[in-house]
Design a binder for this molecule. Structure first.
Ligand SMILES: [Zn+2]
Length: 77
């Protein structure tokens, strides 16, 4: 048993995505063109993981589904 997972498969590598949530809300947004994208008094996290507490904005999910989501992504080198 020497299959230590020290290098991840490229298939599981996601670009970093910037998430924002309003200070008083636990819903995370990832589309900058979301109608509810927080513009002040927000928390921001940039991560490739989906390990955020709270839930994702349904409008953002719908935008992504229809290819209308303007995400802030940064790809690693
Ligand atoms: Zn949203």
């Amino acid at each position: 048993m020497t299959d230590a997972p020290r290098s991840r498969s490229p298939l599981t590598k996601f670009p970093d995505i910037t998430y924002r949530r309003a200070a008083e809300n636990m819903v995370w947004h990832f589309c900058q063109n979301c109608g509810n994208w927080p513009i002040d008094d927000f928390a921001e996290v940039t991560t490739a993981q989906h390990l955020l507490k709270g839930s994702l904005c349904l409008e953002c999910i719908a935008k992504r589904h229809f290819g209308e989501c303007t995400m802030s992504t940064t790809r690693g080198k």
